[in-house]
Write a protein that binds this ligand. Sequence first.
Ligand SMILES: [Zn+2]
Length: 329
Amino acid sequence: MAFPENRMRRLRRTEALRSLVRETSLDPGDLIYPLFICPGEGIRREISSMPGVFNLSVDQLLVEAEESAALGLGGLLLFGLPASKDEHATGAYDEHGIVQQALRALKQSAASKKLVLIADVCLCEYTSHGHCGIVVEYPDGFEVENDPSLDLLARTALSLAKAGADIVAPSDMMDGRVAAIREALDDEGCENTPILSYASKFASAFYGPFREAADSAPQFGDRRSYQMDGANLREALREIDLDLQEGADMILMKPAMPYLDVVRAARDNFDVPIGAYQVSGEYSMLQAAFQRGWLDRDRAILESLLGIRRAGADFAVTYFAKDAAKLLG
Ligand SMILES: [Zn+2]
């Protein structure tokens, strides 16, 4: 049937009609809110390149958690800024590390009953050199060593699970880390803790503002020897397949906006829960446009997140989580 019998505009005439035929939903429960925890008390330090995002001490984190629960968010993703760093990232797997303290405090709160607490598992925030694994120097340069890093990542995941993480989320991109973490969790009675693997994490310019937020910029070199090349879609599917074989329960794609085709391909190929991370650069460039009055803030926030859902992600990690939930209210 063609025009004039067929008129696509018939179903767009009223909001009620549009609502009835809407294909993709966006709910506060689909949103995960990333937070950066620092030592101290009463601290709420805004990140200059990410307006509205803060380094929070544990007491302030509890305030955010309460608000996030009241807004119906799906959960929190926790990153830590340790008091000190060293070459072996000891702060990452210290029983009294910053995220471990935060998790114990959160577990005492009513908010934690309504939120999924996800702990990022990586070493870069805790290493003096800022890389995601153990670094060894050779005469002709340095190497981020894969296998020696696995043990530390597994220890970190186990320590976070024991402190109360509902999910552990390895983001380092070392080969074999999901299997190493699964084994460590299972050996120590944490067989019910799921792994959300950052299975396809691309080396991206859009992570720039995060490195200020998490104080995790590499002191030398870059992360291209372990994060993926932005040109590679087939390789992303192999990464996901391998992580699932190693025992990942769900996968996270990062960044979101420049890689929505990869999210779609993952959705079409794997029947597991998929999340996509609207990363710091995506957030900051939208914020910059809002500050200049170049974009309609409310509509752009929701459209950017709807795009992630429509590409096939079940949930989105986003610094706009609270703003979006209020708009969806
Ligand atoms: Zn890292």
